[in-house]
Design a protein around this ligand. Structure first.
Ligand SMILES: Cc1ncc(COP(=O)(O)O)c(C=O)c1O
Length: 369
């Protein structure tokens, strides 16, 4: 695996490295709801356990029905996947994407998925000067002439790792221009539960080239079960389904996702907690001299360290203290002083702020590698 392919959340590798149990680590490198999955989800998983001696429902019928009714869309628009990653990887193969425009800096799997399908990518990066605002207007301009013959555009909204969010109207304007140029627009809404007002999912039936990808990993805190979904035009969804391996979504994941959607109280609690704690953490970090904290719409913060500190060294120093953060220096479009920090519980966040503060003030050693 190259550095560029690296993702957050590999607690197993970190535990091996530190010769400790994964439960000793505090993982700020993957952005997962710090309240964890709801109790209702855990009960549903326990109840579904005896069904593991049967194949899972290959159509995910119950989950699709629940999703379709909550979004007021026909079930034919939905496809469930083994995490949103599976769907992101199926898309370019099924739609035969040759040249994709990616609005960066962003999640690396769009590039990998297009490359694996023998397509190529071009990045249109948000700039530091612009606070990493998602460059939707520039993308509309690029598609207007479509001199580069793009056949797809990938956009993450809210975007990881920058935390920026584009308005639903801007994304729909982009999708409108893309449809006129016969360009697919894939909107990754893996973190959209934190800002539903910006979602375009409800508009897929009216937007002929729009695909939305969602995940149960982040807000519903189920990364280990692997489940996500895609919503798009009927024919395209049917084609992507043909490329999917049978039974790729297991019984426990289906039961968990269904229960997660039904637990509105846990969802409300998670949202209020995040709004409160994200503000608190951002404030505590902003007191550390030289740290720049970008505004954030999801459950993580993009942070720039003061020179001459480097993200890789600081990440390593925190790692030695069992605190995992995401070093963003290898993400195209970000500089070598950029890190991403997930918002976790109040006590855990305090511990991170203390450790980071000691490093920045030079009171904690950094072993340069
Ligand atoms: C923006 C974004 N999209 C998609 C994924 C993949 O999530 P999953 O495959 O767990 O649904 C991730 C995971 O880190 C992500 O950050």
């Amino acid at each position: 695996m190259t550095r560029r392919d690296h993702h957050g959340g590999d607690i197993y590798a970190a535990a091996r490295d530190l010769s400790c149990s994964p439960s000793r680590l505090i993982d700020f490198s993957a952005s997962i709801n710090p309240l964890g999955p709801s109790k209702r989800v855990l009960r549903a998983v326990a109840k579904a356990l005896p069904l593991t001696c049967h194949y899972p429902d290959p159509t995910c019928h119950d989950l699709v029905t629940t999703l379709a009714s909550s979004w007021k869309l026909d079930p034919v628009h939905f496809l469930i996947g083994n995490g949103s990653s599976e769907l992101i990887h199926l898309l370019p193969r099924a739609l035969m994407i040759r040249h994709a425009l990616i609005l960066g800096p962003t999640f690396s799997e769009y590039e990998r998925a297009v490359a694996n399908a023998k397509g190529r990518v071009t990045y249109l990066h948000a700039t530091r000067k612009d606070g990493y605002r998602i460059p939707v207007t520039q993308a509309i301009t690029a598609l207007r002439t479509n001199r580069n013959r793009f056949d797809a555009l990938f956009l993450c909204n809210p975007n990881s790792p920058t935390g920026q969010v584009a308005s639903s109207q801007d994304v729909l304007d982009l999708a409108g221009m893309a449809a006129r140029r016969k360009v697919w627009v894939v909107v990754d809404e893996s973190f959209a539960e934190y800002c539903e007002g910006h979602s375009v999912l409800g508009s897929v039936a009216r937007a002929p080239r729009l695909m939305v990808v969602r995940s149960f990993t982040k807000f519903y805190a189920l990364p280990g079960l692997r489940i996500g979904y895609l919503v798009g035009p009927l024919k395209a969804v049917a084609r992507i389904r043909q490329f999917q391996a049978p039974w790729s979504v297991n019984t426990l994941a289906q039961a968990a996702a269904q229960a997660a959607l039904e637990d509105r109280r846990h969802a409300q609690r998670s949202l209020s907690f995040m709004h409160r704690e994200r503000t608190r953490l951002a404030k505590a970090l902003s007191v550390i001299p030289g740290l720049h904290i970008f505004p954030a719409a999801a459950n993580f913060l993009l942070v720039e360290l003061p020179a001459p500190l480097e993200a890789s060294h600081v990440t390593q120093a925190l790692h030695q203290q069992s605190l995992l953060i995401r070093d963003c220096s290898s993400i195209p479009g970000l500089n070598g002083r950029t890190i991403r920090i997930a918002v976790r519980t109040t006590t855990e966040n305090r511990r991170l702020v203390g450790a980071l503060s000691r490093i920045v003030k030079g009171r904690s050693s950094i072993n340069r590698v």
